[in-house]
Design a protein around this ligand. Structure first.
Ligand code: UD1
Ligand code: CA
Length: 474
């Protein structure tokens, strides 16, 4: 379908008073992403960003900053005097003449985040097919309380008489079941011709965009309603509790999408998986796992319980044992992590490598098959293949002012409890004796000790005892 005649306005200027939060409502997150970003992403699948306008007002700068990367335009609604007022600002903006007025205007709500591209397309199609002045997307949820209600002229006909806000419902209308989703298509000229006649004569003292429906009908214009396929996707988020309900719905949808592609997720309701996460077939995700941000996991991996993986890329056949935290890490095929490994940004773990319990890594590479199995800090390090890092080894990367690099060649062996004071280099195949403090380069194939030689005093204990008791045996 050609949507060339369409532009999209997204209402995102409101404060979200019902959230009781300092953060603007549209920047609250579900599925790991701000509400408004979800709506923009859906909008961008039907028209290009140049024809999408976000109406911003409350904390406008903060909202703009959060979504400017999407390339959408902005219309300022400095004072938030209602959804009708928001569209008055759009009209005024087009009045400036920098962009031609689109024939049709699709209006989305920044706080209705689960809306799917298919549904947006469907309402646009319906709008064109019906030759309507206004097309309203509706749903019939189990509990319609709080929403505006769409009153049809005939129950089974598409024509609408009016939208009535919750607070304006007459007693006999209170259980009108069909809700207004806050998503509409307008014939732009017809919408613009009515906006100036809106009044604030209502319970909230606001300009209601919803009043446009009855005004158009009064003019003999065609206003129609079309039901969304699923109720969930048109639910609004006015309170934190409602938002968390949407978050759960979205994450369950993500889990289902992954399971449909062959991923096993035990107890998916306990897992927190962001919408953009990708996981390969035959990977197993245990309960209470979090996969966040742009994380990509290969095939045949296992992610054990209580691990949190953020913005990381895992190859195939990776084992993440319990309680690992990965942030901005890259992990090669067949690597084994944890339990309780902490991989910080720019950690690159090679194929078949092991990073074991209580190991912390940062800005480093660990070559193929290398092992750091216990209690280690490896930061600002370049570690070759087949290296063995003993328990308790620490790269001392920070001199109080600058960070320095430790380089360890292929096949080297770093004995337990050694400290490598960077900048320092351990050559290929070199050995560092346990308990060493290495401050100078260790050449290829060498053995380096960096510790005091052991002193052993035979019978020392007995001699001391004797000295204390003045030579008297007791
Ligand atoms: C609105 C509808 C209601 C519908 C519901 C669906 C009106 C009068 N009512 O009610 O019929 O059932 O959505 O979720 O439209 N906004 C602005 N500028 C403003 C006021 C609001 O941009 O001056 C934005 C908000 O940021 C929000 C959206 O418009 O994203 C909807 O506003 P909100 O106050 O949440 O309307 P509801 O009371 O939910
Ligand atoms: Ca709302």
């Amino acid at each position: 379908m050609d949507l060339a005649d369409f532009a999209i306005a997204i209402m995102a200027a409101g404060k979200g008073t019902r959230l009781k939060s300092k953060r603007p409502k549209v920047l609250h997150e579900i599925g790991g992403q701000a509400l408004l970003l979800h709506v923009i992403a859906a909008a961008k699948t039907v028209v290009p960003a140049e024809r999408i306008y976000c109406i911003v007002g409350h904390e406008a700068e903060r909202v703009q900053r959060a979504v400017e990367g999407t390339g959408v335009g902005f219309v300022m609604q400095a004072e938030q005097r209602g959804t009708g007022h928001a569209l008055q600002m759009v009209k005024a903006w087009f009045g400036l003449g920098s962009m031609p007025i689109p024939k049709h205007l699709l209006v989305l709500s920044g706080d209705v985040p689960l809306i799917r591209p298919e549904t947006i397309r469907a309402i646009c199609e319906e709008h064109l097919r019906e030759h309507a002045a206004m097309t309203i997307l509706t749903a019939t949820p189990p509990d319609p309380t709080g929403y505006g209600r769409v009153l049809r002229i005939a129950p089974d006909g598409p024509e609408v008489m009016a939208i009535v806000e919750q607070k304006s419902l007459r007693p006999e209308q209170l259980d009108a079941p069909e809700i207004n989703s806050g998503i509409y298509c307008f014939d732009t000229a017809k919408l613009f011709s009515k906006l100036d006649s809106l009044s604030t004569n209502n319970a909230h003292g606001e300009f209601y965009l919803t009043d446009i429906a009855a005004m158009l009908v009064e003019d003999g214009e065609r206003v129609v309603a079309t039901r969304a396929d699923s109720v969930d996707e048109v639910l609004g988020a006015n309170t934190i509790a409602e938002m968390m309900h949407l978050d759960a719905a979205m994450r369950l949808a993500t889990a289902r999408r992954l399971m449909a592609r062959g991923v096993t997720i035990f107890r998916p309701e306990t897992c927190v998986i962001d919408a953009q996460v990708e996981v390969g077939a035959d990977t197993v995700i245990e309960p209470y796992v979090q996969l966040l941000g742009d994380t990509r996991v290969g095939t045949e991996c296992r992610i054990r319980s209580y691990s949190v993986v953020q913005g990381s890329v895992l190859g195939d056949g990776v084992m993440v044992r319990n309680g690992c935290i990965l942030d901005g890490a890259e992990v090669g095929d067949g690597a084994i992590l944890g339990p309780y490994a902490h991989l910080r940004p720019e950690s690159r773990i090679g194929e078949q490598a092991h990073v074991g319990n209580f190991c912390e890594t940062k800005k480093m590479t660990l070559g193929r098959g290398s092992k750091a199995n216990h209690l280690t800090y490896l930061g600002d390090a370049i570690i070759g293949a087949g290296v063995n890092i003993g328990a308790g080894v620490i790269t001392c990367n920070y001199d109080g002012v600058m960070k320095h690099t430790t380089v360890i060649g292929d096949g080297a062996f770093i004995g337990s409890d050694s400290t490598l004071v960077a900048p320092v280099e351990v050559g290929v195949g070199a050995y560092v004796a346990a308990g060493s403090c290495i401050t100078e380069a260790v050449p290829e194939g060498a053995l380096a000790f960096g510790r005091a030689r052991q002193v052993t005093k035979p019978d020392w204990v007995a001699k001391r005892k004797a000295a204390r008791t003045g030579g008297q045996r007791t």
